[in-house]
Design a binder for this molecule. Structure first.
Ligand code: PPE
Length: 309
């Protein structure tokens, strides 16, 4: 992956600090015990509204919920976090960017018990290109089913977007990359499909669209929710239900959704070609998704928060 593209400022606990000075102590609690929760948000350069953040409210809400699950008391409200995100994008003068707010237990004491450590918050923004490679959106990606399972229910809460979850994701991603694949799909301990290391998954089979339910240890993806909405608008039946692995091999279409990955078709799974190589449903969803994030669909304009006005 390309080196991080530096912006000018990072917002930390209420203040914009120069990018290179946005540092934490090496004994920060989160660094040792993964006591952090975060978000990944995109701001698009839209035709109608200029630079606009996509589904900002839903992302801030999920961040606050993730913090709540981990008993972190945030010093900033929903509205204050929203304002800080807009302020950071403006300070960095982005036209389009990726936004990474992170809430974490800071420096105070070490040991697993995190309660004495301050709850810090930072917001970084940068320009981020295509997550699964430049041609992924067009041609699709080759993926494998990971030998690593998704963490089971009641081990780590999958509904929290916690840094800790990404230890599991990294094992999956490294295995995939080392084997020449773009991504890995995680199965639950019971063998049903969960999600990708950083994406939700959808399967089209005989005209019906399937996606694993929240109880399949998935992140409640905001792109997932957007895509379910789009699919219903397009007249498709969407079924949120546990999905057996072998659906991947007989599917007509398979695709990933995520803020970073957007709508990425999957071309093959474990070297089995998906369907006949066309992605008619994916194409329709992509079309509507990119129109939507571009402010072209009136009905969903409220999902966009203009940055400069
Ligand atoms: N599942 C996981 C595990 C996940 O990390 C993401 C987002 C999703 C599903 C999709 O969620 P949403 O973005 O709300 O539609 N992954 C973020 C981080 C990727 C990374 O490498 O870091 C992202 O897409 O921003």
């Amino acid at each position: 992956m390309a080196r991080l593209k530096e912006a000018k400022y990072i917002w930390m606990n209420g203040k914009l600090v120069p990018w290179n000075e946005a540092k934490v102590h090496v004994l920060t609690h989160a660094f040792h015990y993964a006591s952090g929760v975060f978000e990944g948000i995109r701001a698009y350069k839209t035709e109608k509204l200029g630079t606009a953040v996509f589904r900002l409210d839903e992302h801030v809400e999920r961040l606050i919920n993730s913090a709540k699950i981990y008993r972190m008391e945030l010093q900033f409200s929903h509205e204050e976090i929203k304002k800080a995100i807009i302020e950071t994008i403006r300070a960095n003068e982005h036209e389009a960017c990726y936004i990474r707010p992170i809430v974490y237990r800071g420096y105070h004491s070490l040991g697993v018990n995190p309660f004495e450590c301050p709850v810090e918050i930072a917001i970084a923004t940068w320009e981020w290109g295509k997550y699964l490679g430049p041609e992924a959106l067009l041609k699709g990606v080759d993926v494998m089913v990971s030998s690593w399972n998704k963490f089971g229910p009641n081990t780590l809460p999958a509904m929290a977007k916690a840094t800790a979850n990404y230890a599991n994701s990294q094992l999956v991603k490294m295995e995939a990359v080392l084997n020449g694949y773009a991504e890995g799909i995680l199965l639950n301990p019971d063998g049903t499909i969960s999600e990708g290391s950083g994406e939700n998954i959808f399967i089209v089979y005989k005209g019906v669209v399937y996606t694993p339910p929240l109880a399949s240890s998935i992140l409640p993806g905001i792109t997932r929710d957007t895509v379910i909405t789009i699919l219903k608008d397009l007249g498709y039946e969407v079924k949120e239900q546990p999905i057996p692995r072998e659906f991947l091999y007989i599917a007509d279409e398979v695709f990933f959704t995520g803020t970073a990955a957007e709508i990425t078709p999957i071309r093959s799974v474990d070297k089995v070609n998906v369907g006949n190589g066309d992605f008619p449903v994916v194409r329709k969803v992509q079309q509507m998704f990119f129109d939507l994030v571009d402010g072209k669909i009136e009905k969903y304009r409220h999902w966009l928060t203009p940055v400069y006005e």
